[in-house]
Write a protein that binds this ligand. Structure first.
Ligand code: PNS
Length: 167
């Protein structure tokens, strides 16, 4: 187990396809709590992502730039193996509603079984963001709806280019 004097590293894993303002709110609130926060994008999502891994990493890097202790990386394989490589003691996940809880609990308990020294930290989504998901944002813009305020402006531009073929 790492000594308490070691820097506290946390990993915030996800698909981030794409990052939303809900994800960004969590980054903003978590960054001051830890020494280093690694936002880790899953490489081999079984889901068919809208944005490539490189695009997702690029978009994340742009929006977390203001936070000096936040970095963006990609990972595949087991999350706990990656967290160990990073000397992380904490996995961070956001919870929006009760519906998130069951899946998150399963993952947290499995991860704890695989790596008891790593703790999962759940953070409640800010109430202004508790209805936002990457999936819904893509559905809304795909059907011509307004997604302003749901994702960072740079991400909104990328989504518009992808769905509407314009800047
Ligand atoms: O944003 P998502 O899609 O809800 O994130 C899910 C993620 C990336 C956290 C999860 O799929 C994951 O950790 N995948 C890595 C493989 C792994 O460790 N699986 C066992 C988890 S209990």
């Amino acid at each position: 187990m790492p000594a308490l004097s070691q820097p506290l590293v946390a990993v915030y894993p996800g698909s981030f396809d794409p990052i939303t303002n809900g994800h960004l709110d969590l980054v903003q609130r978590c960054a001051p709590l830890v020494d280093r926060l690694v936002v880790a994008v899953l490489k081999n999502a079984h889901k068919n992502p809208l944005f490539s891994l490189e695009e997702r990493v690029e978009m994340l890097k742009e929006v977390v730039r203001p936070y000096g202790n936040v970095e963006v990386d990609a990972f595949d394989g087991l999350l706990v193996d990656y967290a160990r490589q990073k000397n992380a003691r904490v996995l961070v996940r956001g919870i929006r509603a009760i519906s998130d809880y069951e899946y998150e609990l399963q993952m947290a308990l499995m991860n704890r079984r695989l790596a008891p020294e790593i703790e999962t930290l759940f953070m409640m989504a800010g109430e202004a963001y508790s209805f936002i998901s990457s999936k819904l944002v893509k559905e809304v813009i795909g059907l011509g709806g307004n997604i302003s305020g749901l994702v960072p402006p740079s991400v909104e531009e990328k989504l518009k280019q992808r769905f509407l073929g314009r800047d």
